[in-house]
Design a protein around this ligand. Structure first.
Ligand code: HEC
Length: 117
């Protein structure tokens, strides 16, 4: 009952996801509508980048950046603003250099994707 309501609000194509994905995001959905945080596809991969890197960036973002405040949608800021913000926030979230790099790639691809819409 409750899950149905949440699915309705988020209106995300959750049905096409594998079971493990539902298990992981299901817990997150209880506290917020993170299904609206876009999941990268090959179409979002920039030159020289990789899909795995973007997916890893999303994972780190969800794991490390949502403990103090809501997860800001990638498209809510511009690319340069994300770079500046991430410099401050990487310290707060105790990100490694690699984690910071993949999160930034994910956020930037989200900005570009929004521009394409
Ligand atoms: C330890 C707590 C903490 C963590 C972890 C954290 N933040 Fe923040 N964040 C804050 C606080 C506090 C503010 C608001 C005050 C400020 O801007 O300094 C903020 C503000 C922001 C803002 C600005 C929002 C606005 O409206 O201008 C963005 C964007 C942001 N955080 C992104 C991130 C990202 C990305 C991560 C993960 C790398 C992250 N945060 C992790 C505490 C945190």
């Amino acid at each position: 009952m409750r899950l149905n309501a949440i699915k309705h609000v988020c209106s995300s194509p959750l049905r096409s996801k594998p079971a493990w994905y539902l298990a992981v995001t299901g817990a997150l959905l209880i506290s917020g509508c993170y299904a609206s945080l876009y999941v990268p596809t090959v179409a979002d991969v920039p030159p020289g980048g990789s899909l795995n890197t973007l997916l890893e960036g999303r994972e780190v973002y969800v794991q490390k950046c949502g403990s103090c405040h809501i997860l800001h949608l990638p498209e809510s800021l511009g690319e340069s603003e994300w770079s500046t913000r991430l410099d401050e926030m990487a310290t707060r979230a105790k990100l490694s250099d690699r984690e910071k790099d993949v999160v930034l790639q994910y956020l930037k691809s989200g900005v570009l994707r929004a521009g394409r819409r």
